[in-house]
Design a protein around this ligand. Structure first.
Ligand code: FAD
Length: 498
């Protein structure tokens, strides 16, 4: 009889079971293990714990008698209880730790990964073939477009250009408080959600686990049906406006035209291939402009794939990279998502949003939360852990490159050509936060000094030697010499307490 197959909680879509794509036998009995110790290790956002448990239990309910659902303290215990020493198969898991665990279990056979467009072998041959050239996302993305025939016209990119970022970096529409696009899909909770909520309440009451964040109604898909409804709603009502203001932030419109598909994609409820193909079809049928479709395709076929592969391609110690030698601890208010009243408006508003939803779009993650952590010199590993536990879509594979590499520049530039950080002027240009903030983006020193503006110069000063050698940073570093109040600014930053 077929060997049982173990499904991790982020392998929930039907494509993980397809025998034609490296999956288990069509009649293989299935096993799912809900491990309580996962939730004890970190103080997760409650919305994240809820979403993951809800998605697993919904999948188990759908699979009915084909699945054995085990609640155990650890994966090892769950496996022992379910199958003893008998053989099982499992898809390549999504973290180094989980891969080490399954490789360490002699009875477990690892099947090829699923849930991405490019296989490990394909990436390896692309990356190895580049010799000493660095592994830039833009080069990788163009290669994916060509080899997977995405948005191509023969051997040329659709519309003649690979990169339409230039059209997609517009500030928010002047004077608007919202983009005015139809709202994203939101699911309706089921009995399973009520059960999950009761369990989480009980675990908290028993002092077994602790969470951060608000326990609002579930806002992200937990089933394949919900995930498809979310994808369709995005494609039909929001994709056309995705591009232009992709990098802009509005305090009253947190979702703007973003897809909110990262959570269902990372749970394995959607396949990236279907997202990309269906987005391309909207352009081909004239229902969405190229800048929006290319912008969205770049996020999925470019960034998401790239991040997944560098996670595995770089050695495991990558997570401990810390070239800037940042060792600061995260202050309690940041860890607990409870900003005080005297914070910059952009920062407290973004933290409020994380507390109430476990989600923000890319620019608040990168240019507000991440940039602040970088300027303050917090330990990159601790920042990674914070993002991982606070965001509904956070998983090790996606957090490590995005935080260590992209946002904290702790890898010294293996992923990005320069650190992503800015003074208040960028935030002012790209958002509507600064008008009602007690600080002023142009002020560097004194009561009204914007923490981002002062923090930016302070960071450049601290790492002057390193950044001077970076062609994309050299000019900014030279700006330090023009600051007449640099000494006062450095003194102020030394005294500033988090
Ligand atoms: P959209 O703007 O609609 O983009 C479409 C899709 O592209 C996303 O759903 C996502 O699947 C993919 N995508 C875009 N950029 C990235 C990227 N850099 N890495 C991986 N996928 C990407 N994304 C996560 O999925 N999980 C995370 O834990 C996560 N942590 C991040 C931490 C930091 C510091 C930064 C800078 C980025 C992080 N991202 C993460 C990437 C990105 O911010 C989110 O994927 C995105 O904001 C999710 O919202 P959305 O689905 O509306 O995205």
């Amino acid at each position: 009889s077929p060997v049982p197959h173990w499904l991790f909680g982020d392998q929930l879509g039907p494509h993980f079971l397809d025998p034609a794509r490296g999956g288990p036998h069509r009649d293989a009995p299935l096993l799912m293990i809900e491990s309580r110790s996962v939730f004890r290790r970190r103080r997760f956002h409650r919305a994240k714990a809820h979403l993951v448990l809800s998605a697993m239990r919904h999948r188990a309910a759908e699979l009915g008698s084909r699945v054995r659902y085990v609640k155990a303290d650890t994966y090892r215990e769950g496996l022992r209880e379910a199958v003893g020493d008998a053989r099982v198969t499992v898809r390549h898991p999504t973290s180094h730790a989980a891969l080490a665990l399954v490789r360490d279990l002699p009875s477990v056979q690892v099947l090829p990964a699923r849930g991405f467009l490019v296989t490990h072998d394909e990436f390896r041959s692309w990356a190895d073939g580049r010799g000493t050239k660095s592994l830039r996302q833009e080069d990788f993305y163009r290669w994916v477009r060509q080899t997977h025939d995405v948005l191509m016209e023969g051997d040329r990119p659709a519309g003649g250009r690979w990169n339409l970022d230039h059209d997609n970096r517009q500030p928010p529409p002047r004077g608007a408080t919202s983009l005015g696009v139809p709202a994203p899909y939101r699911p309706r909770e089921s009995d399973i959600d009520a059960e999950v909520r009761a369990d989480l309440d009980r675990w908290e009451r028993d002092g077994d686990v602790a969470f951060v964040g608000e326990d609002a109604p579930r806002a992200f898909p937990a089933t394949r049906r919900e995930a498809l409804a979310a994808l369709t709603r995005f494609l039909e009502h929001r994709l056309a406006t995705f591009g232009a203001h992709e990098d802009a932030v509005l305090s009253q419109d947190s979702t703007m035209s973003h897809s909110l598909l990262s959570a269902p994609l990372n749970l394995g409820l959607l396949d990236p291939g279907e997202c990309v193909e269906r987005a391309e079809a909207r352009w081909r049928s004239g229902e969405a402009p190229l800048n929006s479709v290319e912008g969205f395709v770049r996020q999925i076929a470019g960034w998401r794939e790239y991040v997944w592969h560098v996670y595995w391609y770089f050695e495991e110690q990558y997570r401990a990279s810390n070239v800037l030698r940042h060792h600061g601890a995260l202050p309690g208010w940041f860890s607990d998502l409870s900003p005080g009243a005297d914070g910059a408006h952009c920062l407290s508003s973004t933290l409020d949003q994380v507390r109430s939803t476990g989600w923000t779009h890319h620019i608040p993650r990168l240019m507000i939360l991440g940039s602040f952590a970088l300027q303050r010199g917090w330990e990159p590993g601790a920042v990674t852990d914070w993002f991982h536990r606070s965001f509904v879509d956070g998983y090790d594979w996606v957090m490590v490159p995005n935080v260590v590499g992209m946002s904290q520049y702790a890898d010294g530039g293996r992923m990005t050509t320069k650190p992503y950080t800015s003074g208040g002027a960028y935030i002012d240009r790209m958002s509507d936060f600064c008008g009602s903030c007690r600080y002023r983006p142009t002020v560097r020193v004194g009561e009204e000094a914007c923490p981002f503006t002062a923090g930016y110069w302070n960071l450049l000063h601290r790492h002057r030697e390193r950044f001077e050698r970076n062609a994309r940073m050299a000019q900014a570093v030279r700006g330090l010499d023009r600051l007449s109040d640099l000494d006062a600014l450095l003194e102020q930053e030394r005294e500033r307490r988090d």
